[in-house]
Design a protein around this ligand. Structure first.
Ligand code: NAG
Ligand code: NAG
Ligand code: NAG
Length: 547
């Protein structure tokens, strides 16, 4: 099965995740490198073109390893019985003047890097540091450095492997305490920087790190003065069916921008899902017919119906969460493949049989693009979900899904036919449901039981949407599916918090800072871009200068 991963390194993680059939989307900002690659932008020229006030590109950072406690809540030991492990950090002090704030750029479900701290555009931090004489730091989230550095495969990992026993140490709450210890010890790690005791620490993060940012402010107000929570899905939810509604909305938006046929494409695609679901339902109990049906998608080797339906019935999550170029079929985007004016999916006269055939052709095109040669290609066996047996650092794709399956839920399911935000079929097949998600979590061995109870307990503990301390800025992209689990319309009153919606934007795009939106996403007018970032910087002015 596959899911849209929440975050930054999504594409790497999803690609590395075998079985490939199940679509798991994490949250998280897409990496800047990935963005530039997807846009065919020559990264270095773009960064050189950045305003001089941002500093030259490629400013060096300081890096090191912080001696971190293995278990903040119990006595579980790490490698060789140790109570400590080495956690990677980066620091940028080029713009720092004592008394200035420290921006804690929170790393989450992927390896940490110093990209955002090196100056140049495509980084909000580049704008914040010179504006406020600030320093910036980042600390690798425990476990997520696994396998990232061939010379140090266990980087920031407290344990000798990624087994279920080891991953008990992987929780948001452990990560929060990691950051709290780091903030507490930071002035003594760098005495020469003369960091005053009353320094304002401001946490900043997008996606899961956005939630961590809000939770840091909530749980450690004595350490964290303010928090910027971008695309932060703080409302934990097992059955996140609004995700598929967001795919309806976002697919229409992107098809309108690209081909001016958004409604037609959404109508055709959802009709195709309906035909798929009704046909499949009618033959589920007939093994011969079922096998023939799967064969037309080149998927007859997928044994479990869950692996089959997740490959066919859960499309466009990445397109909508990021932008069309993040999901391709060979040389064209999935959006272009499905919504181009010549496609069967946008032809209102297409029959049910035409739509089913188009869906089969789409499946074959996707498989062909990855080198599959036919229904009998032996590599298709790998598309079956199987129990994970490799717990080495290199099997790092499992790390995020361990958290999702046990702590957060976030199953990106189809909205129900009745009682959803629309009536009837949406962009996802009705087979994409919470039972399927839990089946996958358990089949792979990532979890032992439903996470429903744990998710309720975590919402009680963290507060869900009601993260109540003042000085929190919530930012969400208008078309980001994850905004449904965040504070995007209003802040939980009566706290002094701020809420901004970034129009036409998707996941975490505010963290890229102001850009030339005639060339880069989000597609908004320059006037609107100025207005939006004017509001965002006004919140920082208020926090830092008190006005
Ligand atoms: C753990 O102990 C073994 C045996 O003494 C040693 O070879 C290894 O380097 C130790 N690992 C770490 C991370 O200290
Ligand atoms: C659609 O088909 C026409 C006629 O075959 C062709 O000229 C045009 O390039 C096609 N458009 C797309 C987007 O494929
Ligand atoms: C958002 O995109 C639409 C479609 O391209 C455009 O008409 C609109 O002006 C954009 N919104 C802003 C705020 O720029």
């Amino acid at each position: 099965m596959k899911f849209v991963a929440l975050l930054a390194v999504v594409s790497t993680i999803v690609a590395a995740l075998k079985p490939q059939a199940f679509h798991a989307y994490k949250g998280g900002a897409i990496t800047f490198e990935q963005y530039l690659k997807d846009q065919n932008v020559e990264g270095s020229s773009l960064r050189t073109a950045a305003a001089a006030s941002l500093g030259p590109e490629s400013l060096p950072t300081i890096s090191g390893f912080y001696k971190q406690q293995v278990d903040h809540f119990g006595n579980q030991k790490g490698i060789n019985g140790s109570s400590y492990f080495n956690q990677l950090y980066y620091v940028q002090d080029a713009f720092y003047k004592p008394g200035g704030p420290i921006f804690f750029y929170i790393a989450g479900e992927g390896p940490a890097d110093d990209y955002s701290l090196r100056g140049g555009s495509f980084s909000l931090i580049s704008h914040l540091m010179p504006r406020y004489n600030g320093m910036a730091v980042t600390l690798e989230h425990r476990f997520y450095g696994a396998g990232a550095d061939p010379k140090n495969p266990g980087r920031s990992v407290p344990t000798a492997d990624l087994s279920p026993e080891s991953l008990k140490l992987l929780t948001a709450n452990q990560a929060i305490e990691d950051m709290a210890s780091f903030i507490t010890d930071f002035p003594s790690l760098f005495p020469e920087k003369k960091i005053p005791a009353d320094t304002k620490w401001i946490t900043i993060g997008g996606s899961y790190p956005g939630s961590l940012s809000a939770w840091m402010r909530q749980q450690h107000p004595e350490l964290v003065y303010a928090a910027h929570a971008s695309s932060a899905p703080v409302q934990l939810q097992l059955d996140f069916w609004r995700y598929s509604y967001a795919v309806d909305e976002g697919l229409k938006f992107w098809a309108d921008i690209t081909f001016k046929n958004g409604q037609a494409c959404v109508n055709g695609w959802t009709r195709a899902m309906k035909v798929f679901d009704t046909t499949l339902t009618s033959i589920l109990k007939n093994p011969t017919a079922l096998k023939e049906f799967k064969k037309k998608f080149w998927l007859s080797q997928l044994v479990d119906i869950n692996d089959f339906t997740s490959y066919v019935g859960q499309e466009f999550g990445g397109t909508v969460q990021y932008y069309p170029q993040s999901e391709k079929v060979g040389s064209v985007t999935k959006l272009e493949y499905v919504c181009n004016p010549n496609s069967t999916f946008v032809n209102p006269k297409a029959s049910d049989a035409d739509l089913l055939a188009a869906l089969q052709a789409f499946s074959i095109a996707k498989l062909t693009a990855t080198g599959i040669t036919g229904d009998d290609d032996p590599t298709l066996k790998d598309y079956n979900s199987v129990p994970i047996t490799d717990y080495s650092y290199s099997n790092n794709a499992l790390i995020w899904f361990h958290q999702a399956c046990n702590e957060f839920g976030y199953a990106q399911t189809a909205q129900p036919l009745k009682g959803g935000l629309i009536e009837g079929w949406s962009a996802y097949s009705q087979f994409i449901n919470v039972n399927q998600y839990e089946w996958w979590c358990q089949k792979t061995g990532l979890s032992k039981k439903s996470a429903a109870k744990e998710i309720n307990a975590n919402n009680q503990y963290y507060g869900g949407l009601f993260v109540s301390n003042p000085n929190i800025l919530w930012v969400n992209g208008q078309y980001d599916p994850w905004h449904w689990l965040s504070n995007f319309k209003s802040a939980p009153s009566p706290a002094d918090q701020d809420v901004l919606v970034y129009k036409n934007a998707t996941h975490c795009m505010d963290l890229w800072g102001p850009l030339d939106t005639t060339k880069y996403y989000p597609r908004v007018t320059p006037e609107y871009e100025n207005e939006f970032f004017g509001k965002l910087f006004a919140v920082y002015d208020k926090w830092i200068h008190g006005k």
